[in-house]
Design a protein around this ligand. Structure first.
Ligand SMILES: *[C@@H]1O[C@H](CO)[C@@H](O)[C@H](O)[C@H]1NC(C)=O
Ligand SMILES: *[C@@H]1O[C@H](CO)[C@@H](O)[C@H](O)[C@H]1NC(C)=O
Ligand SMILES: *[C@@H]1O[C@H](CO)[C@@H](O)[C@H](O)[C@H]1NC(C)=O
Length: 256
């Protein structure tokens, strides 16, 4: 009785695993290609998929370092910079999207950024497939498939940034320039002095209280910024920023 029960349970598991394995890879690739063609309007989506796939298939999901995506992000689908129109953010994603819309380019507006935003994927040693279930969470291990992609993509995006660059930081956070953020760990360090002329920090707060431009965490930001890149800081409330952005939507004139 006991054995038969266990057997049934195991058989049930096996069927579920098989079903997932058989359906999964097709649908992830299909979605990838569809998003690549429709959202990113690319004409070489099969080639992009193939470079993307090579970076993670047949790899343990915790052993994909950022460099695994070098070929994809440096050769096959590098981010295309938009001079004076690149926007970075930290801990304030929704506002950043609202501000950028139609005027500024964020990482999630690049070809791969738009295709992969919100997606989860990983490979498995000994398998040629791409999985979307059973992948580790963002902080489960250092070199995980998804985190490594965004780290490498952020570095590539910062490296091509050109002209006047803007970053929205959360002025209601205890550390608006958070040393553990992607912006602090990767992007600030990646700006090139011969490409980026200035960095404008817009410190966004819900109301008049919250951090101002004398906040100590911003001293660290200035220290990390390469000499030759002008630093500018401005404090704005979220409603001021959104109101101005909406009013300037047609001309895309900056609000800071
Ligand atoms: C993550 O990958 C890097 C190579 O980019 C390697 O040096 C490091 O040891 C790896 N870390 C872990 C915890 O596997
Ligand atoms: C920076 O701003 C945050 C948010 O208002 C605040 O909690 C923190 O104490 C400030 N730090 C300094 C050194 O003023
Ligand atoms: C900035 O904030 C600090 C406290 O966090 C405050 O002492 C200082 O007066 C503020 N400066 C301005 C210009 O509002």
């Amino acid at each position: 009785m006991m054995d038969r029960c266990r057997c049934c349970v195991l058989a049930g598991c096996a069927i579920i695993v098989l079903a997932v394995a058989a359906v999964e890879p097709v649908s992830f690739k299909d979605t990838f290609i569809k998003d690549c063609e429709t959202k990113a309007k690319s004409t070489h989506c099969e080639e992009v998929w193939s470079a993307f796939e090579q970076a993670h298939v047949n790899q343990d999901h915790c052993q994909v370092p950022p460099e695994a995506y070098d070929h994809l992000l440096l050769s096959v689908a590098p981010p295309q910079p938009n001079e004076n129109r690149m926007l970075f953010w930290s801990e304030i994603k929704a506002v950043a999207h609202q501000v950028a819309k139609g005027c500024y380019q964020m990482l999630s507006d690049t070809l791969l950024g738009s295709v992969l935003d919100g997606k989860v994927w990983c490979g498995k040693k000994g398998s040629k497939e791409t999985f979307t279930v059973g992948c580790p969470g963002w902080s489960f291990c250092v070199n995980n498939t998804v985190k490594s992609f965004w780290s490498r993509a952020s570095a590539a995006f910062a490296a091509v940034a050109k002209g006047k660059v803007v970053v929205l930081l959360n002025g209601d956070s205890p550390t608006p320039f958070n040393p553990t953020s992607v912006f602090a760990r990767i992007e600030v360090l990646g700006f090139k002095r011969d490409r980026v002329t200035s960095l404008t920090v817009v410190l966004v707060t819900k109301n008049e209280v919250g951090a101002n431009c004398t906040n100590a965490s911003l001293d660290n930001l200035q220290d990390q910024l390469k000499t030759g890149i002008t630093y500018i800081c401005k404090k704005m409330t979220e409603s001021q920023l959104i109101e101005c952005t909406d009013a300037n939507r047609k001309t895309c004139e900056a609000c800071w």
